[in-house]
Design a protein around this ligand. Structure first.
Ligand code: NI
Length: 406
């Protein structure tokens, strides 16, 4: 007799071609953050046929799909993001984007397809499930605010005991996965600084306050915060991305606007950085007779994986793809990911799904016009996702039984 996971894998093998077709359809019809309408209706139609109860929002195109088998059993969630990026695709593949200037350059098409495939395959074995499943199809991961907060506010995590997520990863070969204990990705904050000086004739600088000179000193000093005020054992990044100011070559500039981002993997350091920045900005502005406005916006927190859930993923993945194909990523990356918001509230873990295959030209980095995922990675993703979710339910069920027996 086959066990539940073996049956699940057979179903995944059966639906694999269909999931590849869906992935390519999504790839050909990418939608930007907040505009995932076609994607949502495609997902919704398939899930309804599979017997899921769908909860929609009237504010965005995200949806929550539940497969409830026992009210007293635990519920495990799987999350996929659905949005694309404002990039003109240059892969030249037959299923390349048909939308001008929009493409799935981060692989969210594969995340959506994998979650859909996992949902279909699990629903095919509904009678034997050890607990309940929830699929969270999330919009706007690429937006500054991130779509996860809104999903959570609308109840995406209500009744959920654990959550799983994955991301396509061109730095690992197709057929491999990457896992990471503890902090996996950085927090991502944004800030803006305005410097107000006083204009004057370029030939009479002493009559004005030069906002460009003040800004140049601030830029310099902000770049010293990480190198001289933060413990070198704790990575942090302060990057300025834009600078705007000035009207003419012979006028002392009276206004400059700067925008940038801050990344950290340590909450205490993250909380201290705005004060460090403001102290510099304030001191320099004051000494030069300029005024300033400083806005700091906390974005997604750092992404911290929970050990027990990483263990489940690694155990299941080793059985499916072999130990040598499960790579411990060791170092965190300074990129952000709004899956971190879910992990602040429930135990869970995020893992990397290798999608690189040189022959298929799928080793290009994300957010690049030639990015694509290897479709052979989809079934690896579905199997590890499905088996891990089931394993969590099996474990928590046997715990539940033990408590009852005791
Ligand atoms: Ni992404």
């Amino acid at each position: 007799m086959k066990n539940l996971k073996e049956k699940l894998f057979l179903t995944i093998d059966e639906i694999n071609e269909r999931i590849i077709t869906i992935r390519r359809d999504l790839h050909a019809h990418p939608e930007l953050s907040g505009q995932e309408e076609h994607t949502k209706y495609l997902v919704k139609g398939i899930l309804e046929v599979s017997g899921y109860q769908i909860k929609e929002s009237n504010k965005h195109f995200g949806l929550i799909a539940d497969l409830m088998v026992d009210e007293n059993a635990k519920t495990v969630a799987i999350r996929a993001d659905m949005d694309a990026l404002p990039i003109q695709e240059q892969t030249g593949k037959p299923y390349a984007s048909r939308e001008k200037g929009i493409m799935h350059a981060c692989g969210h098409d594969s995340h959506t397809a994998i979650a859909l495939g996992t949902a279909i395959a699990i629903a095919a074995h509904k009678e034997e499930l050890p607990g309940n499943l929830r699929f969270i199809f999330q919009p706007s991961e690429e937006s500054k605010e991130g779509g996860s907060v809104e999903m959570i506010e609308e109840g995406a995590l209500e009744g959920v005991s654990a959550i799983f997520g994955l991301h396509a990863y061109p730095y690992l070969n197709s057929g491999e996965i990457g896992y990471k204990y503890g902090v996996m990705m950085a927090s991502a904050d944004v800030f803006s600084i305005e410097i107000f000086g006083k204009s004057a004739h370029g030939a009479r600088p002493h009559e004005g306050v030069d906002a460009i000179l003040v800004t140049s000193m601030i830029v310099n000093s902000l770049n010293h915060i990480v190198s001289r005020m933060i413990d070198p054992l704790h990575p942090a990044v302060i990057s300025l991305g834009t600078i705007e100011g000035g009207k003419a070559s012979n006028i002392i500039c009276d206004h400059v606007l700067l925008k940038g981002t801050v990344r950290t993997i340590n909450e205490e350091i993250r909380n201290n950085i705005p004060q460090m920045m403001e102290a510099s900005i304030e001191g320099i502005s004051k000494s030069m007779g300029a005024k300033y406005k400083f806005d700091y916006e906390f974005g997604q927190p750092e992404l911290i994986n929970h050990e027990k859930i990483v263990n489940i993923i690694v155990d299941e993945a080793e059985k499916i793809i072999g130990k040598e194909k499960c790579i411990d990523l060791i170092d965190p990356v300074m990129g952000g990911e709004d899956f971190s918001e879910y992990l602040k509230l429930v135990p869970g873990a995020f893992f990397r799904l290798g999608t690189c295959d040189e022959e298929k030209k799928t080793c290009v980095p994300q957010h690049n016009s030639r990015f694509d995922v290897d479709d052979d990675a989809l079934q690896v993703g579905m199997k590890i996702m499905g088996a891990s979710a089931l394993q969590f339910l099996i474990q928590s069920n046997s715990l539940h039984k033990k408590e009852h027996d005791a």
